[in-house]
Ligand binder design. Structure first.
Ligand SMILES: Cc1ncc(COP(=O)(O)O)c(C=O)c1O
Length: 488
């Protein structure tokens, strides 16, 4: 038994040497503590010298191999498929290490609405760097955070007067859920602690956000242990009769244990790129009021113009009790999210429950990088640039028309189930799932960066794209759709 384990270990070491061309570490048990400590301190001393420089300068194939050997990528195995190595980005183009240029059809997961190396945004970061990059937000404040809070209150749907600056979209959702739970505690109704969410929704990858994302399409079906809330039928596609979906929502909202309904207004993103009717959202708002349930709108993907309206809620002319934003907030420069709440929600979140001995609670959340000054500064620049002279509206309108025309050749292809466009979102729904790695490998030849998931081949171009850029993106999408057999 022992001999077999030794053979396996020797074989593993030999394989490791072959793969990495380096000396393998000794098995732990064979060294004394002192030897281990000495080896460790030698390795650390070496780190201080040229290791980092060599890593940054090594040839591209070694760089890609080291990436595969050491890093996890989103929703990927390790080692996963080789990734395309980006050297730089400018305008709406990513430049790979070999100089190949790709138009970014994904806006870096829907965030880089202005594209890359945008002078106003670069300047905002550089100016902020010259004063302070980061400082804790507990007990301290700074101008960029305060100005951003005020700007968000002014540009989001009416009544959302209190702002929590979170450090990502998922954290903004966690904070929203926590606000809702604390709100009902503060109102003396702690039994209202469950959430209602729509099938097909996606709200992020942290545990709370996972618990309100669709258990199957929301990417978290493997986690049977996370708390599950109430899920209701996804509203049907835009224009279809949603009476049944509203009836099933009404039934669940009538329960005594519901704290809030959380949804992505009008466009469900990562859970399926699904567009639904503003009428559903209006009636959902009304039902929440009727049943004394809070409405949380997750506009992390839809906010700041993407759907053709500044916020998707604006199209339905409703305002939520709690709103989450992220992604395009910083123009894709730095991670940041924000959760906004009405004055009524905020006051109960921090109240002592009436008629109980329990104390008032502050909002129980405080990330280390909350209100990061660099993120706030670039968010101010990004949102101001979008709003200036209605730039976002002109660009999104133009892109919507270009997507409709450019994706039209996909309609009627044998491989395609549906083609839909809303604002600067173009979706070609395939009949069979595509392999994202195979599509990625084809991107350098196509000159466009695309990353489909499941049956959704889609683009969310930067608003800065010209008509030619959008046409190139559409050609690439149509090419993949027409030759789908090569990408399954
Ligand atoms: C609607 C929605 N909510 C939340 C998130 C999570 O945001 P983040 O990836 O910044 O944590 C996403 C990300 O795609 C999203 O689309």
């Amino acid at each position: 038994m022992r001999r077999r384990a030794g053979t396996n270990a020797r074989r593993a070491v030999a394989e490791w040497r072959l793969r990495c061309g380096r000396r393998a570490p000794q098995p732990f048990g064979k060294q004394t503590r002192l030897q281990n400590a000495t080896a460790l301190s030698k390795r650390r001393a070496a780190l201080k010298t040229d290791v980092v420089e060599r890593a940054l300068r090594r040839p591209t194939p070694q760089h890609i191999e080291a990436d595969r050997a050491k890093l996890w990528h989103p929703y990927a195995a390790t080692p996963g498929a080789p990734c395309l190595p980006v050297r730089s980005a400018e305008g709406v183009r990513l430049e790979l290490e070999d100089g190949t240029q790709l138009i970014d059809g994904m806006s870096s997961w829907w965030a880089a609405v202005h594209g890359y190396r945008v002078p106003e945004l670069d300047r905002a970061v550089a100016d902020q760097l010259s004063s302070v990059a980061h400082v804790m937000f507990g007990g301290l404040t700074h101008r960029p955070a305060v100005a951003l809070g005020e700007l968000l209150v002014r540009c989001t749907p009416p009544g959302l007067d209190r702002v929590f600056l979170a450090d990502s979209g998922s954290v903004a959702v966690e904070v929203a859920l926590k606000m809702a739970a604390q709100y009902w505690r503060g109102r003396g109704r702690p039994e209202k602690c469950r959430f209602v969410a729509l099938r097909g929704g996606y709200h992020g990858d942290t545990l709370g956000a996972m618990s309100v994302s669709d258990p199957a399409t929301g990417r978290h079906e493997a986690f049977a242990t996370i708390p599950r809330h109430h899920f209701v039928a996804r509203p049907p596609s835009r224009g279809a009769d949603f009476t049944k979906a509203i009836e099933s929502l009404a039934e669940v909202l009538a329960r005594d244990d519901v704290a809030a309904l959380i949804l992505e207004p009008l466009v469900q993103g990562a859970g399926g790129m699904h567009f639904y009717d503003p009428g559903y959202l209006q009636q959902a708002r009304q039902l929440c009021d009727d049943h004394d349930v809070l409405l949380i709108c997750d506009e992390i993907a839809t906010g700041f113009g993407r759907t053709g309206h500044w916020f998707a809620c604006d199209e339905a002319r409703i305002a939520p009790d709690i709103l989450c934003v992220g992604k395009a907030l910083t123009g894709g420069y730095v991670t940041m999210g924000a959760t906004l709440a009405t004055e009524k929600v905020a006051s109960h979140v921090c109240a002592a429950p009436p008629g109980s001995q329990d104390d008032a609670l502050p909002l129980m959340h405080g990330p280390t990088f909350m209100g990061n000054p660099l993120a706030c500064a670039v968010a101010l620049a990004s949102v101001s640039k979008l709003l200036k002279g209605g730039w976002w509206r002109r660009r999104v309108r133009a892109i919507e028309g270009q997507l409709c025309a450019g994706l039209n050749p996909c309609v009627g292809l044998d491989t395609v189930a549906d083609v839909r466009v809303k604002g600067a979102i173009g979706v070609v729904e395939m009949k069979a799932p595509l392999d994202a790695a195979k599509v990625a490998a084809a991107c350098p030849a196509l000159g466009v960066w695309l990353r489909p998931f499941g049956t959704r081949l889609y683009t969310m171009p930067p608003f800065a794209c010209t008509a030619r850029d959008v046409a190139r993106i559409c050609e690439a999408v149509c090419f993949v759709a027409a030759n789908a057999g090569d990408y399954h």
